[in-house]
Design a protein around this ligand. Structure first.
Ligand code: MLT
Length: 275
């Protein structure tokens, strides 16, 4: 399905009817990573998994840097087009950075947040420099520098050993991402705001998940994230690295389903109702 928002044609996958949950993919993946979650959603939920601009089947457009604000504005505009007022956000890694930005700008539209293998802090100066360097290389050499840097770290040893299907799917998503998209998103991540001060403003239910073998976002970082948000729950997912929704979909879905079942009924928030 596709619709034009903010000058680009965005595509998304969707399944189910009812209250909306918006799945936001990581870098450099696409909506295909949420296939198990769309298929496993409990009754009464409508899952929407967009391809962020430039990724998957969505157009790239002319924006030179894909800041998290650009992605968040696209998602809000997509919800507008679909007539959806409030959503649960579920973001993995870069998708989590986008979820923070969505909260910052459109918090009254958010009913709950699932943050998987992500962090609130901005990049260190060294990481920023490395991202700029990688963006230059990708523009010159194609996607292989990103794939070479990321692929060995993405999955748990057991996924790499026993689940060749996931390994090849992850590789395929990375290979399909245009180098220019990678470069713009790398620059966008490097310039993202520090969301640590935002955590104490989050007053909707939050579930934090992290793969026990994630070497990109450590368990310690996920624990720190959960501690910063009042009432947040954290779940450690054994046998998963950086992409638990793909590596351990059944376990991820159990936690997601429990979280959704525990949410207060959907209604206009006090903020959006102007009370
Ligand atoms: C991701 O999975 O989205 C990336 O690891 C995020 C990042 O590079 O910080």
């Amino acid at each position: 399905m596709g619709v034009t928002v903010n000058g680009v044609e965005l595509e998304w996958r969707e399944r189910g009817d009812g209250d909306a949950i918006l799945f936001i993919h990581g870098f450099p993946f696409n909506s295909a990573m949420w296939g198990h979650q769309l298929a496993g959603l409990p009754a009464g939920w409508r899952g929407l998994a967009p391809d962020l601009r430039g990724f998957g089947a969505s157009e790239i457009g002319g924006e030179p840097v894909f800041g998290m604000d650009v992605f968040a504005a696209d998602l809000a505009a997509l919800l507008d087009q679909l007539g959806i007022d409030r959503v649960v956000l579920c973001g993995l890694s870069m998708g989590g950075y986008v979820a923070f930005e969505f909260w910052r700008r459109f918090g009254e539209r958010v009913r709950g947040i699932v943050l998987s293998d992500t962090r609130a802090s901005a990049d260190s100066p060294d990481t920023k420099r490395a991202r700029h360097h990688l963006a230059d290389r990708v523009r010159e050499e194609g996607p292989s520098p990103v794939i070479g840097a990321l692929l060995p770290k993405l999955l748990s040893p057991s996924t790499t050993r026993n689940n060749k299907g996931v390994v090849s799917m992850v590789r395929a998503m990375m290979e399909e991402t245009p180098p220019e998209t990678m470069a713009r998103a790398l620059l966008g991540m490097a310039s993202r705001a520090d969301s640590d001060p935002l955590l104490r403003t989050i007053d909707v239910p939050v579930l934090v998940t992290v793969g026990a073998d994630d070497v990109i976002t450590s368990r310690g970082q996920a624990e720190m994230l959960a501690r910063g948000i009042r009432g947040a729950r954290i779940e450690l997912i054994e046998g998963a690295g950086h992409i638990p929704p793909l590596e351990q979909p059944d376990e991820f879905n159990v936690h997601l389903t429990q979280f959704l079942a525990g949410l207060p009924k959907n209604s206009l928030s006090t903020r959006s109702a102007g009370l």
